[in-house]
Design a protein around this ligand. Structure first.
Ligand SMILES: *Cc1c(COP(=O)(O)O)cnc(C)c1O
Length: 463
């Protein structure tokens, strides 16, 4: 199985290379050459078995399925719930899929745990060591820290905006105690952290000198790993049952994974709603076919405060009939003017893609946290609330609805208390979090300073 760049100007690579490099050399995102046809999950089939079959289909010849099974067993063995992504019924034909049973209480654990296993396997076979960098607005950094802590082949560098991630999110990043995890706190916003990461990849001599790699939301392995729980949900609810998945969305990796599951034959048919907060670029694109640059605004669901949803590029590639020239021209125009309109045919295909998008205001998000508590007795995180709110608004059709719960309410106790007046403590397995010491360095929010800090950690002389 080869992976092609959505922009069409990079050499095709195999699965391992697509995962290790993240972004393609032409700035595009990797997509598989064709959608593999995968047998749907059987009712009752275990999570590791489904994950092994799906990841093996995407890996092609590059890793054997025995090895993938072993890596999946390690990755999912430390989840607090043995079915990994359990469904909880919330009403007639309505379910929440809980994706927060991993070590850092957010769905990003599901992909990051297997990515770290893949990296460790491939790099130790090759006798290589990489520097993985990630900018985080909160959840990715913690999930990456938990997954890579103690791995022998990777140094992980996490850039987070100082005092702009929630205290619990920061604790997950800074308390692993592992000496291959390096946290840099930058007095800036997330966009600045992200820009520094981009600059580092563009600085080829430096990137090569430290064997730089990334694990952000555009990494193909994340999409592949996340398509698994769409397949297990279909099996659990009945292999004939049409489902609408409502997916709290930021960079759109999760919703795209559902689309991919549909393309590979794992679902009856794919129907997915990207539930967004007041950062509603996706809602605008789905309704008007136009992409316009806006600055991200702060909301109660910070992991979704994204102004340019990076995985939309993969969907655009599909709805353009897999024509990289169209993708290039749309993104070039967007880069130059901050605005681009999709070609008519692509927009028409987007409307038929099975995906749509709706936005929820900040005040409705908090109201929804109260309403959900009143109706079910359960606290939900503000990201999940954006999804359940849209489920409530969506009119009657006869599909079964599954809202993805992307984080545990305990990860956002401040917002939960503000919205519901309830005080929520960490689950038992995270009790020691507050007692472990935090380790992070404050680094000035400039490229040169971050570069020097990395060199110091790696024991390299600065250039
Ligand atoms: C990352 C994240 C999202 C958004 O997921 P995308 O794949 O970027 O769309 C939603 N909720 C939570 C809690 C997250 O951490």
């Amino acid at each position: 199985m080869l992976y092609y760049s959505t922009r069409g100007l990079a050499e095709p690579v195999d699965f391992i290379q697509a995962c290790l490099s993240g972004l393609a050399t032409d700035g595009g995102l990797y997509v598989p050459e064709a959608w593999p046809s995968i047998t749907p999950a059987r009712p009752g089939e275990g999570y590791v078995s489904v994950a092994t079959r799906i990841l093996s289909a995407f890996a092609g010849d590059s890793i054997s399925s025995d090895i993938i099974e072993d890596l999946c067993t390690k990755a999912y063995g430390n989840f607090a719930h043995q079915s990994v992504a359990p469904l909880v019924q919330t009403g007639p034909d309505q379910f929440i899929m809980e994706l927060h049973h991993g070590p850092t209480l957010a769905f990003k654990d599901i992909a990051m745990q297997i990515i770290a296993q893949l990296y460790e396997h491939v790099l130790s076979e090759r006798g290589q060591r990489l520097s993985v960098i990630c900018a985080t607005s909160g959840d990715t950094g913690g999930a990456a820290a938990a997954a890579f802590a103690g791995k022998k082949t990777v140094d992980l560098f996490i850039l987070h905006p100082h005092l702009r991630v929630s205290p619990v999110q920061r604790l997950f990043m800074t308390t692993t105690g592992a000496d291959n995890i390096h946290n840099f706190s930058l007095d800036s916003d997330f966009d600045t952290c992200q820009a520094i990461v981009k600059a580092m990849f563009a600085d080829k001599p430096f990137a090569e000198s430290i064997a730089l790699s990334g694990v952000n939301s555009i990494n193909w392995a994340r999409i592949a790993a996340q398509s698994v729980y769409f397949a297990t949900a279909q099996a659990a609810l009945g292999p004939e049952r049409p489902i609408r998945f409502i997916v709290p969305s930021g960079n759109m990796g999760d919703a795209l994974a559902g689309y991919v599951a549909g393309k590979c034959g794992l679902l009856v048919d794919f129907d997915g709603v990207c539930a967004v907060n007041e950062n509603k670029t996706l809602e605008t694109v789905f309704n008007t076919g136009e992409m316009s640059k806006r600055n991200a605004v702060e909301t109660p669901s910070p992991a979704m405060d994204i102004s340019v949803p990076s995985n939309f590029e993969r969907l655009l590639f599909e709805v353009s009939g897999r024509d990289p020239e169209i993708v290039r021209s749309v993104y070039n125009q967007y880069l130059q003017s901050g605005h681009a309109a999709l070609p008519e045919a692509a927009f028409a295909a987007l409307k038929k893609s099975g995906l749509s998008s709706f936005a929820v205001s900040n005040s409705n998000t908090c109201q929804e946290m109260r309403d959900h508590l009143a109706e079910t007795g359960a606290l939900i995180c503000p990201h999940t609330a954006v999804g359940t709110k849209i489920n409530r608004q969506a009119g009657g059709d006869d599909r079964t609805r599954v809202v993805l719960s992307t984080a545990h309410a305990a990860k956002f106790p401040e917002t939960v208390e503000e919205a519901t007046s309830e005080i929520i403590g960490l689950p038992g397995r995270c009790q020691t979090l507050r007692d472990r010491g935090e380790v992070f360095d404050q680094v000035s929010p400039e490229y040169s300073a971050v570069k020097a800090a990395i060199q110091a950690k790696l024991g390299l002389a600065s250039a």
